[in-house]
Design a protein around this ligand. Structure first.
Ligand code: ASP
Length: 347
C-alpha cells in the first residue's frame, strides 16, 4: 500500500504558483467549530454541531487561495458523544481520501472535547504519509474573537505543505501543531486550550507550518493496526483510583470489559484495598494496565507495584484515554501480555 507523498517544493518547500493547488479533503463531524450562538453572551451559550461544514468553510474567506478544498459532512455531533463505532466510521472516510490519488491531505473538523482521542486513533490506523490534520474551535463562528477561521485556515496551511508529510496525525489549534500522541485538552474554555508534554511540534507562521521536532514513536505508515475489516472494538474501561474507591466499582467495570486501565496516583499507585478486587477482575479475563492521573511523567514497570508478579501492564507515559484506544486496537492483533506491553513501549 505504498503512497508517495507529492512534493510542492520550490526553493524551501514553498508551493509554486505555477503548480496546481493542493487538493484537500475537509471532513465535518460537528462540534463548536460548527456551533451557533444562543443568548446574550455568545462565548458561553451556543448550539454545538448546528452548521454544515460547507457553511463553516464559506465563512473563512481567503482560505481557497491556499488549496482546493472538497468538504464532506460525515457526522454531526458533539465529540463527547463519539464512540469507538464513530471512530471507525470516521477513520474509514479518512482512509478513502488518504488513498485517493486526487487528494493530497485530509483535515477532520471536530469538537475539541475528544480531539486528542480521534487524532490518536487516526495516527494509529491510517497508514499514509499524507498530512492528516484534526482541528476544531473553542468559540463558535458567531462569537466575539472566534477561532474558527484562524484554526481552519492554519489547518489548511499545514495540510497544504510538504513539510507535514510523514508527521503522523497532528492537531492544529491556536497557531500550534501538536502530535496526536502527546496532545491533551488542558483547558475547558480558553483559546489556548491544548498542550503537549514535550511541547508542540511547531507553529503556524505566516501561512506555513514551521516544525521544530518530529514524532519518534510509531504512527501511520509504521503502525501495525488495520481497521479496514474492523466492525467493532472491545470494551476497555477506565477506573480512576481515589481514596474511598470501592471494590464494587472495580467489579462493575470488569464485568464486561476486555481491559481495565487503572488510573493510579503518581507513578500509577493503586490503593491496597483494590489489589484483590483488581486481581479478581483479572482472573475473569480482563487485562490490567496501570496508568497515572498525573498529566505528565511515566509509569514504570515493577516500581509502584510488582507488575511481573501480578501480570499487569503499564502505559509508559500515555494518557489514560489514549492508552484505552491503543489497548483496544492492540487486543485485535495479539492479545498476549508481552505483545500488549510492547505496544505501550513502541507507540
Ligand atoms: N462540545 C464540543 C465538542 O464537540 C466542544 C467543542 O467543540 O469545543 O467537543
Amino acid at each position: 500500500m505504498a503512497w508517495t507523498s507529492r512534493k510542492y517544493s520550490i526553493g524551501r518547500n514553498e508551493v509554486s504558483p505555477t503548480q496546481r493547488k493542493p487538493h484537500i479533503a475537509l471532513l465535518g463531524t460537528g462540534g463548536t467549530i460548527a456551533g451557533k450562538a444562543r443568548g446574550d453572551d455568545p462565548r458561553v451559550a451556543y448550539d454545538c454541531s448546528s452548521l454544515s461544514i460547507d457553511e463553516v468553510l464559506a465563512m473563512c474567506r481567503g482560505i481557497e487561495q491556499k488549496a482546493t478544498i472538497s468538504a464532506n459532512q460525515i457526522l454531526q455531533k458533539g465529540s463527547e458523544n463519539f464512540s469507538f463505532t464513530d471512530f471507525i466510521a470516521i477513520a474509514r472516510e479518512v482512509w478513502t481520501y488518504a488513498f485517493d490519488d486526487s487528494f493530497d491531505a485530509v483535515i477532520v473538523a471536530q469538537g475539541t472535547n475528544t480531539i486528542e482521542e480521534l487524532a490518536y486513533f487516526l495516527n494509529l490506523t491510517i497508514p499514509t504519509s499524507k498530512p492528516l490534520i484534526v482541528t476544531g474551535a473553542m468559540r463558535p463562528p458567531s462569537a466575539m474573537g472566534s477561532d474558527v477561521c484562524p484554526n481552519l485556515y492554519d489547518a489548511v496551511c499545514v495540510a497544504a505543505h510538504s513539510d507535514s508529510c510523514g508527521m503522523g496525525a497532528v492537531v492544529v489549534m491556536n497557531s500550534e501543531i501538536h502530535a496526536a500522541r502527546d496532545v491533551i485538552k488542558s483547558n475547558s474554555f480558553k483559546l489556548d486550550a491544548f498542550e503537549s508534554q514535550f511541547g508542540p511540534l511547531g507553529y503556524v507562521v505566516d501561512g506555513a507550518p514551521r516544525y521544530y521536532r518530529r514524532p519518534f514513536r510509531k504512527h501511520t505508515t509504521s503502525s501495525e493496526f488495520d481497521i479496514r475489516h474492523l466492525q467493532a472494538l472491545p470494551m476497555v474501561e477506565m477506573i480512576p483510583a481515589y481514596e474511598g474507591l470501592t471494590a464494587r466499582v472495580v467489579s462493575e467495570a470488569a464485568s464486561s470489559s476486555a481491559g481495565l486501565i487503572v488510573i493510579g496516583t503518581g507513578g500509577g499507585s493503586i490503593p491496597e484495598s483494590l489489589i484483590e478486587p483488581i486481581k479478581d477482575a483479572q482472573s475473569r479475563g480482563a487485562f490490567v494496565i496501570r496508568a497515572s492521573r498525573s498529566p505528565e511523567g511515566v509509569v514504570v514497570r515493577n516500581a509502584a507495584h510488582p507488575d511481573d508478579e501480578y501480570e499487569w501492564l503499564v502505559v509508559d507515559d500515555q494518557q489514560p484515554a489514549k492508552a484505552r484506544i491503543l489497548l483496544a486496537l492492540a487486543l485485535q492483533n495479539d492479545p498476549t501480555k508481552t505483545a500488549l506491553q510492547r505496544c505501550f513501549h513502541e507507540y
